[in-house]
Write a protein that binds this ligand. Structure first.
Ligand code: FAD
Length: 487
């Protein structure tokens, strides 16, 4: 059996390795248009910020080591330019301009996503970069080496934008973040993001929220970033991090079905609309397990899991189903962590799904043990059944494990009551006998059964101060709980 894979990073390299493990005798060809395969794109911002000092640490495998270890014919600097599903062939062009045709029995597309670059005046000017791969990274690094970077501007406050902001700050730049929305990190709700805003400000990052960039103007050695309202800020380097779109050109040209969110359509076995042509990763859309609606999810874990599943289906026939992803993500933002899984309130509102939410503030571990720091969790859930829709968390410590627990409950179709059943590891340095995620579940339970009606921050914001008495009942050092008494 001859397996050909397009794209040699997360989904593609995983699939190649798994195919080899499943079939010792298969012919496997891995085609990558870049120079590198199987590298750590998630580590690129940290290499730019010198947190990862050595460029070689980014490369999990070289084409030679991967090819030798898994007996895979790795062809870097080869770009697939056309797929002919009926003839079961692909057309390839090398970086030296050589064109040739390759046949396949099973074909896998893992071409990833490409950065959005809106057609704004001056956007292609010197000193303005996107970050998607090693080539982009080398360009940014070399620009930083040969120019004095006093001021850096990151446009777009998703997790890659925030990681870049932190890393540019790390190399000594004064950093500004420009974001069109009123908050950073779109997957989380405003109430969670606002804690990130505060932390960014504490770190000296200038936040320009609700600001739309209209154009760029190159001055001597700097760039002016001009906003729609006419104001501008100056930068020695600009990083565009305003999103990506699935790489679908090959699929579109080959007549493969493209879904409603513009990703490559695949069935539950990750097979496209053309027989024996499969697709995984950032390029595909897939129904969200909670909403049932297709969506695009640009994360490494789903791409890797899909790579393994699709390899089994390519080798053994379509037997292993993919269950879909709920968007479990996390980012380090200086000293805090922000994580989320499932559906935030704003997404539930957009989709017209009735929901309730709880927000709790706990200590990361037992308060009497040193360095217990606040963590905030927000749950979204069905107001009647308690079905868990989403969880978001922000704080200094232990966000990841709680978000991971919630993610498992959501993926299993569980409820807030399942959070109460989690038997977590406990000793004072790690958590509390009642873990923050259990506390979040208890509060959600109280909301559902009416034991403890809650007042949300929006209600407090909108109260008539003449008619309401706000009593601060928080303990001295943990000023986190209010009781509202309507007069
Ligand atoms: P990719 O890994 O992007 O691989 C696609 C490959 O296909 C590319 O190398 C491309 O050159 C090649 N290709 C495309 N078209 C062709 C063609 N026609 N012929 C030959 N080759 C082709 N996700 C997380 O979950 N956590 C993180 O912390 C995180 N950090 C990130 C940081 C950065 C800077 C970036 C860029 C991404 C990050 N991601 C993160 C996202 C994650 O890397 C992607 O979701 C994942 O790599 C997608 O895997 P993929 O196989 O679909 O695409």
């Amino acid at each position: 059996m001859k397996h050909v894979i397009i794209g040699g990073v997360a989904g593609g390299a995983t699939a190649a390795a798994r195919i080899r493990r499943a079939d010792e005798f298969a012919e496997i060809i891995l085609i990558e248009r870049g120079k590198n395969i199987s590298y750590a794109n998630c580590g690129l911002p940290y290499y730019i910020g010198n947190v990862i000092p050595d460029r070689d640490q980014l490369f999990v495998q070289t084409p030679e080591s991967f090819g030798g270890r898994f007996n895979v014919d790795v062809r870097v600097l080869h770009e697939v330019v056309k797929i002919n599903p009926e003839a079961k062939t692909i057309e390839i062009k090398t970086s030296e301009g050589v064109e040739y045709t390759e046949s396949y029995d099973k074909l896998l597309l893992s071409p990833g996503a490409s950065p959005l670059i809106p057609p704004l005046k001056g956007i292609n000017g010197e000193g303005i970069f996107v970050l998607r791969n090693v080539v982009d990274t080398d360009k940014i690094k070399s620009y930083i080496r040969s120019n004095e970077i006093k001021k850096a501007v990151v446009i777009g406050a998703g997790f890659i934008g925030l990681e870049m902001a932190e890393n540019l700050h790390h190399i000594g730049a004064e950093v500004s973040i420009v974001e069109m929305a009123d908050q950073v990190m779109t997957p989380v709700d405003y109430s969670i993001a606002s804690q990130v805003h505060e932390h960014l400000s504490q770190q000296g990052i200038n936040l320009y929220l609700k600001n739309t960039v209209e154009s760029f103007e190159r001055k001597q050695d700097t760039t002016n970033i001009i906003f729609k309202n006419g104001e501008y800020i100056e930068a020695d380097i600009v990083i565009l991090s305003i999103g990506v779109r699935p790489e679908t050109k090959l699929a579109v040209d080959a007549g493969l079905k493209i879904g409603e969110t513009k990703g490559i359509w695949v069935d539950e076995y990750l097979e496209t609309s053309a027989k024996d042509v499969y697709a995984v990763g950032d390029a595909i859309e897939y129904p969200h397990p909670v909403t049932g609606k297709p969506w695009l999810n640009y994360l490494a874990n789903p791409a890797n899991r899909q790579g393994r599943i699709v390899a089994d289906n390519m080798v053994f026939g379509n037997e292993t189903k993919y269950e879909g992803a709920i968007g479990t993500s996390i980012a380090k933002v200086f000293d805090i962590t922000v994580g989320s899984t499932g559906l935030a309130s704003k997404r539930l509102r957009q989709m017209g799904i009735p929901y309730e939410s709880s927000t709790t503030h706990s200590g990361s571990h037992a308060g009497y043990y040193p360095d217990s720091l606040p963590v905030s969790f927000k749950l979204t859930f069905d107001p009647k059944t308690g079905k868990l829709f989403g969880a978001q968390g922000v704080g200094f410590d232990g966000i990841d494990k709680r978000i991971d627990q919630a993610a498992l409950v959501i993926k299993n179709g569980g409820t807030i009551y399942d959070l109460l059943k989690i038997e977590h590891t406990y000793a004072p340095p790690f958590s509390s006998a009642k873990d923050p995620i259990a506390i979040a579940g208890y509060v959600a339970q109280n909301i559902i059964n009416g034991t403890m009606p809650v007042v949300k921050w929006r209600d407090v914001r909108d109260i008539d101060s003449q008619k309401t008495f706000l009593l601060d009942v928080r303990t001295k050092d943990v000023r986190l709980v209010y009781v509202v008494i309507w007069l």
